[in-house]
Design a protein around this ligand. Structure first.
Ligand code: GLU
Length: 374
């Protein structure tokens, strides 16, 4: 199990490639999309956040327009992306509707990563969507941006890593038609072996990159390793796993050793944890035994149902002590102020909105914002 390596996961970005979303000839695989929606629902019910980065717009659009462009023909692909994107979103909306979740389309260009004002706008939008329980579905805005091109277009591996890094996500899961990173191309070498964990992305690891893995998507192992590099520097773990494994997202989150895990730079994660541990606490949240176990054993976030009492005066975003049976065992960044917490303490998550008239997050303190005292 990888639970120890993964540590506390508060937010997950899930990247689904073109080859995952479409079957032969770019027909949309609704069953697969339904399963992603169901697993995102599971993630949210555990108090974590999820963002989806989707590919497939170009492929679906080409199929709808019944055109077959030449390898480097750009305008028709941009046009196809515009056609395909709305079909893609329609499909995501249908899948998430089935599990009672709303989705939002967010189209990004790569400059959100380098231009601060754009980045702040994107972050505000995404955080507000998450606060309202909406699942952001991100794609590159192919109609206006053809940067970061592997063959012609961006592959979304890099985009998903940039999103994960900029939003301080704890884990990026890249679903693909490959099982993970192999030491040799498994399609050419029968004895190639899957690498379960990568701790340092060095030349040796890069030498396994090879060429794109599929004719449908544009990404290959090379862009996935680049993505892992971005995540690593941001203190975000990354897993490449095969989309055809049942409940793959849930099982990765439960620590099952599937695909390849690129372990985040522990130092970056430690700096964040250390920051929380050393920050001044503005109050204390007293929790019951169940919550204490969920935080320490299962590395989950703190739900209001586990809160017994609240001491002190604090704002949303402040650091607080978390105590059980008279012992402070953790510190965390709270998403509710002292007054809100007093009102929702002991209540089930689905009552937060009726009590307060709004909801910040399901969690009172997100898993990724909790540092355990040892
Ligand atoms: N933005 C492209 C699309 O949605 C990504 C292409 C890909 O990753 O395959 O079609």
């Amino acid at each position: 199990m990888r639970t120890g390596t993964l540590g506390e996961i508060g937010s997950v970005v899930i990247k689904v490639g073109t080859s995952s979303i479409t079957k032969d000839d770019f027909q949309v695989d609704s069953e697969f999309m339904d399963s992603v929606a169901r697993q995102v629902k599971w993630i949210r019910s555990r108090g974590m956040e999820a963002i989806v980065v989707t590919s497939g717009a170009i492929g679906i659009g080409l199929d709808a327009m019944k055109v077959r462009p030449k390898p480097n023909e750009v305008p028709i692909r941009q046009a196809a992306a515009s056609v395909g994107q709305s079909i893609l979103m329609q499909k995501w909306t249908e899948s998430f509707d089935k599990v009672g979740l709303k989705v939002a389309q967010v189209l990004l260009t790569y400059d959100f990563y380098s231009e601060r004002v754009r980045y702040l706008n994107v972050r505000n939008t995404l955080n507000t969507l998450l606060e309202h329980g909406v699942v952001p579905i991100i794609n590159e805005n192919d109609a206006v941006c053809i940067k970061e091109i592997e063959a012609v277009f961006g592959d979304n591996d890099t985009l998903s890593a940039m999103v994960s890094s900029k939003l301080d996500s704890d884990l990026l899961i890249i679903l693909s038609d490959v099982d993970g990173l192999y030491d040799r191309n498994p399609k050419l070498h029968a004895d190639a072996s899957l690498i379960s964990e990568v701790h340092a992305i060095d030349e040796h690891i890069e030498s396994f990159a090879g060429r794109p893995t599929t004719t449908k998507g544009v990404g290959g192992m090379r862009t996935k390793i680049q993505a892992a590099r971005i995540c690593n520097m941001a203190g975000c773990h990354m897993v490449i796993a095969n989309h055809s494994i049942d409940d793959v997202i849930i099982r990765v989150l439960q620590g099952e050793e599937l695909g390849t895990l690129f372990v985040a730079d522990g130092e970056v994660r430690r700096i964040r944890t250390r920051w929380i541990l050393l920050a001044h606490s503005n109050g204390t949240i007293d929790v019951d035994k169940g919550a204490c176990e969920a935080l320490t054993e299962r590395h989950l976030g703190l739900l209001p149902s586990g809160v017994r009492d609240v001491e002190g005066v604090f704002k949303r975003g402040d650091v607080v002590d978390i105590r059980c049976d008279g012992r402070v065992f953790a510190k965390g960044i709270t998403d509710y102020d002292h007054d809100e917490l007093r009102k929702v303490k002991g209540a089930h998550t689905n009552r937060i909105e009726s009590i307060l008239g709004y909801k910040n997050y399901d969690n009172v303190v997100k898993g990724g914002n909790i540092a355990l005292l040892h």
